[in-house]
Design a protein around this ligand. Structure first.
Ligand code: DAH
Length: 374
């Protein structure tokens, strides 16, 4: 093993000359101060404090010095390296703080800005109105009942006391389903012209007392125009129990219009004819907009009721005993009341919709203002 070289003088080793150490230290400090990003600082660190940096190389030279020179050179190099690593850490903190501040500004989210939310759509107001009506009756203990839209003629007409030769049968402009005739007349199918056949189905399926509300789509061969559509919606109501009278019907109707249109709403019944109810009536409600105040008052005309004070809702009556019998219910023991009305019409006067086509065209600009009712 060779002995340390006694004649080896640190001043003679270029890298360990005090001026040289000062120079590389100053160079490192200048580079650190000039680093303007964390990436740049990382490169500066490799160049001036890494394994192959001038100070690291100088440090390695110390081992070869004679013992008396080691301490001095070691101190000088050590101080220089310490100063560089301190400066690196300080600059690192500075640049990190700058970055954090910049990120806070650049990535700030203004939660008050208008946003491009994908529209969630809206439920159709016919659906929500129909469900609201169902809810009124469900709250009174009624059941929701449904029936098929392609219906046997027997349910749509015959069982409702509308026999094949009944004149009222022709007032329903019926869509007949082609090829449905299966030999027996009962097998004829139609697109149901009203929701009343669900009354029959409900009575055949259940024992009295029966309380059902039947919403659904119905069809008639009407041309589509501002006030007619061949496909529309009805809600039907049927109650069969012991001792039901027209007073129960009237009270039920009043409760419905008050729930839908507000306190103080009333209904009135006008004599009418339907084969499946006896007696039958046309039901009107007080105009919920003018509350009758437009009647005889030319200064305050009302477009909703044409200043008549009443709005026609639909048909109603006491279930015809012949219908009860057709469904196997004893009319001597039970009586019933029923009513049915169109939802499109109600939506029109309730919300000032002037053209029924708006309800069926599926344009979200029509449905959106009704909101996203659940
Ligand atoms: N089904 C009838 C129609 O569509 C409306 C109707 C009238 C229903 C009287 C009833 C009723 O339940 O009792 O024209």
């Amino acid at each position: 093993m060779s002995a340390p070289n006694k004649s080896y003088d640190p001043v003679e080793v270029e890298a360990l000359k005090p001026e040289e150490i000062d120079r590389v230290r100053n160079e490192a400090l200048a580079a650190i101060a000039a680093a303007d990003s964390l990436d740049a600082l990382r490169e500066v660190k490799v160049a001036h404090a890494g394994d192959r940096s001038p100070l690291a190389l100088a440090n390695r030279e110390i081992g070869a010095l004679p013992p008396h020179a080691k301490a001095d050179a070691g101190k000088r190099v050590g101080q220089a390296r310490g100063a560089v690593s301190k400066a690196l850490a300080a600059r690192q903190r500075e640049l990190e703080a700058e970055r954090d501040e910049r990120v806070l500004v650049e990535e700030a989210v203004d939660v008050t800005l208008p946003h491009d939310r994908v529209p969630a759509g809206a439920r159709h107001p016919l659906t929500t109105l129909s469900e609201r009506i169902e809810d009124i009756f469900v709250a009174m203990g009624y059941e929701v009942a449904e029936g098929p839209e392609v219906e046997a003629e027997w349910f749509n007409f015959d069982a409702l006391n509308l026999g094949p030769d009944h004149p009222a049968r022709s007032t329903h402009d019926t869509f007949f389903v082609e090829g449905a005739k299966g030999g027996s007349a009962d097998a004829d199918l139609v697109l149901r012209t009203h929701t009343s056949p669900v009354q029959i189905r409900s009575m055949l399926d259940r024992e009295p007392p029966i309380y059902v509300v039947c919403p659904g789509r119905v069809y008639r061969t009407d041309e589509l125009d501002a006030t007619h559509t061949p496909v529309f919606s009805q809600v039907e109501l049927l109650a069969v129990d012991e001792g039901l009278t027209m007073a129960d019907l009237k009270g039920t109707l009043d409760h419905m219009v008050q729930s839908l249109f507000g306190e103080g709403m009333r209904t009135r019944l006008r004599p009418d004819y339907f084969p499946f109810t006896e007696p039958s009536a046309e039901m009107d409600m007080v105009c919920f907009r003018c509350r009758g105040e437009s009647v005889g008052n030319p200064d305050r005309p009302c477009r909703t009721c044409s200043s008549e004070g009443w709005i026609e809702l639909g048909g109603c009556g006491m279930v015809n005993p012949r219908v009860l019998v057709a469904c196997g219910i004893d009319p001597a023991r039970y009586s019933g009341f029923a009513f049915g009305f169109g939802i499109e019409r109600m939506l029109m006067f309730r919300h000032n919709v002037e053209d029924i086509r708006d309800m069926i065209e599926g344009d979200v600009r029509f449905t959106r203002p009704f909101g996203m009712e659940i």
